[in-house]
Design a protein around this ligand. Structure first.
Ligand SMILES: Nc1ncnc2c1ncn2[C@@H]1O[C@H](COP(=O)(O)OP(=O)(O)OP(=O)(O)O)[C@@H](O)[C@H]1O
Ligand SMILES: [Mg+2]
Length: 352
């Protein structure tokens, strides 16, 4: 599978304050966020961000409150102008866009799903679903069939003529997703889209998004401060702290090799057996192997393998993809992966 960079962010800086360029010089010379605020009275929003977002993938931006997540995503449609740096979409430098190009970018090439749903209260579910098309000058009859199709797809068949206040929060967010899909834009920007929902509904919405994504392969930029959500959704995970990227990559890789104590803290409470997959822990195929306790899939999580093993640490399993033998999983390797070793050793060393 060849990858294509859809959105490329290079050396992006954002300084908030009356003289951002002056702030930028201090930041380039190494001043951190706290010092910049204290001594220069400027806020460091983003520092030297470099992220490539692949076409058809979900890139998750995760970080604590104030780490710069919203600031970053708002650069992608130029709701915020950078202090310095470059943003390319489909290879085009969007800083060079004129008004018309910018409007097309915002209306036709991107859709947004917000935390607070942002539905129009006096419009029906159907009209809300077609909002992006409506703004582009289409009438209800132009988009009705499409809107009905996507509303049905997100589980809202029969709700088309209701008004937003008649729906639960989860249902309103489904309208938000349907609206993004009706707009037909290849890029979806989702800023804490599921954060206001109850845990069970939230989990349903994550499943729905993954299911739709399987079929539609949009380029999705998803912001969250929730690690479980990030691990569930991300093809590529970017972790921000105080406006900087502290680590980015395959989420499995980050779990196995956290590069920073901040990340170690972030991941310390998660259920590793549930999140880690066989493919991240298996050994490459060894031709000498003969006796296996059974077959497992590369995408199984370690918890399911633990169950299958009934706790017998002497076993090893054959890992298969489409019926083909691609690797071997020793239970001892599985056990090792469940211990958050590397980074905590690092941390203990630092503490000593
Ligand atoms: N318009 C602004 N003027 C000054 N500072 C700003 C502005 N917008 C954001 N900031 C600052 O930039 C930093 C990043 O804010 P941002 O809203 O991007 O954080 P976030 O990661 O989205 O947080 P949250 O999880 O709370 O939404 C914060 O320190 C914030 O105070
Ligand atoms: Mg935010």
């Amino acid at each position: 599978m060849t990858k294509n960079v859809k959105i490329s962010i290079k050396n992006l800086y954002k300084i908030f304050g009356p003289t951002p360029d002056v702030g930028l010089e201090y930041v380039r010379r190494g001043m951190d966020k706290a010092e910049l605020l204290e001594k220069q009275n400027h806020v460091l929003g983003l520092r030297d961000i470099n992220v490539d977002m692949q076409d058809g993938e979900i890139t998750v931006i995760m970080g604590l409150s104030g780490s710069g997540k919203s600031t970053l995503i708002r650069h992608l449609n130029r709701l915020i102008e950078p202090t310095d740096g470059e943003i390319r979409i489909d290879g085009e430098d969007i800083m060079g866009y004129n008004e018309q190009q910018l409007r097309t970018l915002r209306r036709e090439r991107m859709s947004m799903v917000f935390q607070k749903f942002a539905l129009l209260p006096h419009k029906t579910v159907l009209e809300n679903a077609g909002m992006a098309k409506n703004i582009r000058g289409y009438t209800t009859s132009d988009f009705e069939a499409d809107a009905r199709k996507w509303l049905a797809r997100v589980g809202l068949e029969g709700n088309e003529n209701q008004y937003p206040h008649e729906l639960s929060g989860g249902m309103q967010q489904r309208v938000g997703i349907a609206r993004a899909l009706v707009s037909d834009a290849p890029i979806m920007l989702m800023d804490e889209a599921f954060s206001a929902l109850d845990p069970l509904i939230r989990s349903d919405m994550q499943d729905l998004l993954l299911e739709l994504q399987e079929e539609l392969q949009k380029t999705i930029v998803f912001i969250t401060h929730d690690l479980d959500e990030a691990l569930k959704l991300a093809d590529h995970l970017v972790i921000l702290k105080d406006g900087e990227v502290v680590q980015q990559g395959d989420p499995q890789e980050i779990l196995l090799n956290p590069g920073d104590p901040y990340i170690v803290d972030f991941i310390s409470d998660i259920n590793r057996a549930r999140v880690l997959r066989v493919r991240s822990v298996m050994a490459q195929r060894d031709n000498g192997d003969t006796s296996f306790a059974g077959d497992i899939s590369e995408n199984d999580n370690l918890e399911s393998v633990l169950l299958k093993s009934e706790g017998d640490m002497t076993l090893r399993f054959r890992v298969v993809r489409d019926g083909e033998h691609i690797g071997t999983l020793q239970m001892t390797d599985l056990a090792r992966a469940l211990v958050p070793t590397a980074a905590s050793t690092e941390r203990n060393k630092n503490a000593a």
